[in-house]
Design a binder for this molecule. Structure first.
Ligand code: ADP
Ligand code: MG
Length: 408
C-alpha cells in the first residue's frame, strides 16, 4: 500500500486551510480526570506540525462507547483540556460535532489554532452500518473544512473501524496518513514480515474472544505464545482442568483445542501457566492463595474461587521466554493489575520486556496503562502502540478500512 504523507500535505501548503484530523483521544477517565494521557501525547506531534505550518485544524475523535447521543460522561472536555495543557497552540472545544457550536467555532478559528469537535459517537451516523447515513454525517464534517480542505488520519486506534470520521471523510477529501498511523504500521509490519526470531507473543487481558482471533493467524508465525489474563482459563478448560469461578468462554473451548492441535503441527509452542493466584472474590482486598493450575478448585475457596493472576512460577517461566526472544509482542495484562495483590504477573512480564535484548511492542489500551501505572517509562519499550483492537486486527491479517481508504 502507498500513502500520501503528512509531509506531502505540509509541502503543498496548509496556511489558512481547514485540515480535518482524526485523532485518537480515547483516554481512560476517572470522573473528569484523564488517568493516562498517552494517546493525547501521541496525538500532539501531528497537530503541532500542522499548526506550526499555519493550518486551521479541526480534530475529530471518539471517547468510549456512547449510544449515538450526547452523554456528559463521554464528553471530550477532559481530553481537550489535557491537550490544551500539553500544547503550544490554542485549543478550543465545540459543544457539538457538526451543529451550530461546531460551525461557529470553526468559522472563528485562526491560522495555527485547533478546534476539537465533540465526540463523533454522539451522532449515531458515525458508526452506522448504513452507508448513506455515514455518508451524510461525513458530508457535514467535510463541509466544516470549506472548499480547500484536506483530511489527515492520525487515529491508529480507530483504523479498523469503517466509521464516518475514519473512512467516509477520506473518500471525500484529499487524504493523508498521519505520522502516528505511519509509525504504528511500520512497527506492525516488523511483526509480520522478516521478524527476528525467536518471536514471542504474550497475550492476556479480559476480552477473551477478541484475543483468541489473533492466535489463529499467529500459529506458524510466532515461535512461542504465552497465555495469561482471563483467556488462560479457556486454555486450562481446553485441556480438561476445572477453573471454578474464573473467566471462561465455554463456547470457545473447541476453538482452543483446535489451536493447540494446529500449533503442535506448525511449530508454535503455547505456554500456559502452571500456577494461578486464586481469590475469594473480585476485589482489591480479597483473600487469595497460589495453587497449581490443575488444582484451582482445590483452593480454600473451592468452586467460588476466581483466578485473578498468573502465579510466580508461571511469571518466572514467562520472563525466561521473553528474555530469550529477539521480538516480543505483548497485548493484555496477565492479571487484574489494577489490584496490587494481582499485579505480579503483569509486572514480571513488563520487567522482562525491559530486560530483553529484543524489539518489544506493547499493544492495547490497558496494557499501555498497566506499564505506566506500574512505574515503567515508555522509552523502556521498543514501541507502545496506541491501538489495541487495531493492532490485533492487523496481526490477524484483516483488512483495516481506515488504512485501505488512504491507499492510492
Ligand atoms: P488491552 O486494553 O490491553 O487490550 P483488555 O482490555 O483485553 O486489554 O483487558 C484488560 C483487563 O483485563 C484489565 O482491566 C485486567 O484487570 C483484566 N484482566 C486480566 N486478567 C484477568 C483475569 N484473570 N480475570 C479478569 N480480568 C482480568
Ligand atoms: Mg482494554
Amino acid at each position: 500500500m502507498t500513502f500520501h504523507t503528512l509531509n506531502e500535505l505540509i509541502a503543498e501548503g496548509v496556511r489558512g486551510r481547514y485540515i480535518l484530523v482524526r485523532s485518537d483521544l480515547n483516554v481512560p477517565l476517572d470522573g473528569s480526570t484523564v488517568t493516562d494521557d498517552g494517546r493525547i501525547k501521541a496525538s500532539l506531534p501531528v497537530l503541532t506540525k500542522l499548526t506550526d505550518a499555519g493550518a486551521r485544524v479541526l480534530v475529530t475523535a471518539h471517547l468510549g462507547r456512547p449510544k449515538g447521543t450526547p452523554e456528559e460522561k463521554y464528553s471530550l472536555k477532559p481530553a481537550a483540556s489535557r491537550l490544551a495543557e500539553l500544547a503550544e497552540f490554542k485549543v478550543s472545544l465545540a459543544d457539538d460535532t457538526v451543529g451550530s457550536s461546531a460551525k461557529e467555532h470553526a468559522s472563528a478559528l485562526q491560522d495555527g489554532e485547533v478546534l476539537v469537535l465533540e465526540n463523533v459517537r454522539f451522532d449515531s451516523r458515525e458508526t452506522s452500518k448504513d452507508d448513506a447515513e455515514r455518508a451524510a454525517f461525513a458530508d457535514e464534517l467535510v463541509a466544516l473544512t470549506g472548499d480547500n480542505g484536506a483530511f489527515v488520519d492520525d487515529a491508529f486506534g480507530a483504523v479498523h473501524r469503517k466509521h464516518a470520521s475514519v473512512y467516509d471523510v477520506a473518500t471525500r477529501l484529499p487524504s493523508f496518513q498521519g505520522d502516528l498511523v505511519h509509525t504504528e504500521v511500520e512497527v506492525l509490519r516488523k511483526l509480520t514480515a522478516d521478524t527476528q526470531r525467536p518471536y514471542v507473543v504474550v497475550l492476556g487481558g479480559s476480552k477473551v474472544s477478541d484475543k483468541l482471533a489473533v492466535i489463529d493467524n499467529l500459529i506458524g508465525k510466532a515461535d512461542t505464545i504465552l497465555v495469561g489474563g482471563g483467556m488462560l482459563f479457556t486454555f486450562l478448560a481446553a485441556v480438561g482442568h476445572k477453573v471454578a469461578g474464573s473467566l471462561l468462554e465455554e463456547d470457545q473451548i473447541p476453538v482452543v483445542q483446535d489451536y493447540l492441535k494446529r500449533a503442535a503441527d506448525a511449530g508454535t509452542e503455547f505456554v500456559v501457566p502452571t500456577d494461578i493466584v486464586v481469590a475469594s472474590k473480585f476485589a482489591a482486598d480479597a483473600d487469595h492463595e497460589t495453587v497449581p493450575a490443575d488444582g484451582i478448585e482445590g483452593s480454600s475457596f473451592g468452586t467460588q474461587g476466581i483466578g485473578l493472576d498468573i502465579g510466580p512460577d508461571s511469571a518466572a517461566a514467562f520472563a525466561d521466554r521473553i528474555k530469550g526472544a529477539r521480538t516480543v509482542f505483548w497485548n493484555g495484562p496477565m492479571g487484574v493489575f489494577e489490584f496490587e495483590a494481582f499485579s505480579g504477573g503483569t509486572r514480571a512480564v513488563a520487567q522482562a520486556l525491559t530486560e530483553a535484548d529484543a524489539f518489544t511492542v506493547v499493544g492495547g489500551g490497558d496494557s499501555a496503562a498497566a506499564v505506566r501505572t506500574l512505574g515503567f517509562s515508555d522509552d523502556q519499550f521498543g514501541h507502545i502502540s496506541t491501538g489495541g483492537g487495531a493492532s490485533l486486527e492487523y496481526l490477524e491479517g484483516k483488512d483495516l478500512p481506515g488504512l485501505t481508504v488512504l491507499d492510492r
